[in-house]
Design a protein around this ligand. Structure first.
Ligand code: GDP
Length: 304
């Protein structure tokens, strides 16, 4: 299978691999996905059999709060261009990445896909969430009008090597790893945002990359698939694991002036469990160890 991965240098995209496939990892240097002409030209030249669409403007609670306009515009355009370029290039199968942010703030837990469009997303990330919701709309519409086997994935908090370790706009895992690395090196306090009470489900990038490829090749359904770890972990528990991993002996400070965001977002991952009952998920401690080691070894070149 000739497979095109957008966001191919990113955390998930770079983890997509396959022995018997030709995999093209697209980066922003190869193509500006905001540019319709460039995107359409490249997809028509490459004519891939399948597309795993990971590219997007993403960030954690900081990025989402500070760059609301940019996050809306970039994600809406990138998704629209990639999905339409795929259709025009004759791509038969496509998997796009959404996010659990797409769900309404006022939702019934666990998150289930029938609730995606039922209310306003959380105020901290509504532009990003609406842009991502539109990818679901576009995919459903293309399926109905053009009969294309396109679908999407809704992942919980993904973590792993090649993440964005930026200290202002990253997600919780890479930011905490970077902050701890610096606190340990400089003998300073380690500051965590919020109360530490919120709960999140984490999934390792290498696991979700494998699952995405399986979905691309095998899934025939219309509905997006929720992919998440089984366990809800509090930010405080995550902090404890990381402190242990770094063997950090300094002060840990919870900064209550920073936002907690949504308190929790447990999700219903029963569908993928049913489809892939024997998939072996990487244990959380092992995934954390690999990610921390990767960051330390690649500190100079890591995105940050
Ligand atoms: P979310 O899952 O979409 O809310 O995105 P994040 O990964 O950014 O944040 C998850 C949770 O981690 C929130 O409750 C934050 O308050 C908390 N958190 C604690 N420290 C940090 C930090 O340094 N960066 C980020 N992004 N979140 C942090």
């Amino acid at each position: 299978m000739k497979l095109l991965v957008t966001g191919g240098q990113g955390m998930v995209g770079s983890a997509v691999e396959g022995k018997n496939d030709e995999i093209i990892h697209l980066s922003r240097d190869n193509c500006n996905l905001l540019n319709k002409k460039q995107t359409h030209r490249l997809f028509s030249q490459l004519k891939p059999d399948g597309v795993i669409h990971c590219a997007g403007k993403v960030g954690g609670i900081g990025g989402n709060s500070n760059f609301k306009g940019e996050y809306f515009y970039n994600n809406l355009l990138i998704n629209t261009n990639v999905i339409e370029a795929s259709r025009l290039a004759g791509v038969k199968r496509l998997v796009a990445y959404l996010s659990t942010c797409v769900f309404p703030d006022n939702v019934t837990y666990p998150l289930t896909i029938d609730q995606i469009h039922t209310g306003e997303p959380h105020s901290s990330n509504y532009p990003y969430a609406y842009a991502k919701r539109m990818a679901d709309v576009q995919i459903r519409a293309y399926r109905e009008q053009y009969g294309l086997n396109y679908t999407s994935i809704i992942p919980s908090n993904i973590y792993g090597p090649n993440d964005n370790f930026n200290l202002d706009h990253g997600h919780v895992m890479p930011m905490l790893i970077h902050k701890l690395y610096l606190a340990k090196k400089n003998n300073t306090d380690f500051t965590v945002w919020g109360s530490g009470k919120p709960l999140r489900e984490f999934i390792y990038s290498k696991d979700i990359a494998k699952i995405s490829k399986w979905i691309l090749e095998n899934y025939e359904g219309t509905d997006p698939l929720i992919i998440s770890g089984d366990e809800e972990v509090s930010i405080k528990d995550l902090v404890d694991l990381l402190v242990q991993e770094f063997n950090f002996k300094g002060n840990v400070i919870f900064d209550s002036t920073k936002p907690d965001g949504q308190y929790k977002k447990p999700s219903d991952n029963s569908k993928i469990k049913e489809l892939l009952p024997n998939f072996e998920y990487t244990p959380f401690e092992k995934g954390i160890k690999e990610t921390v080691n990767w960051f330390i070894e690649n500190y100079e070149n890591a995105r940050k």
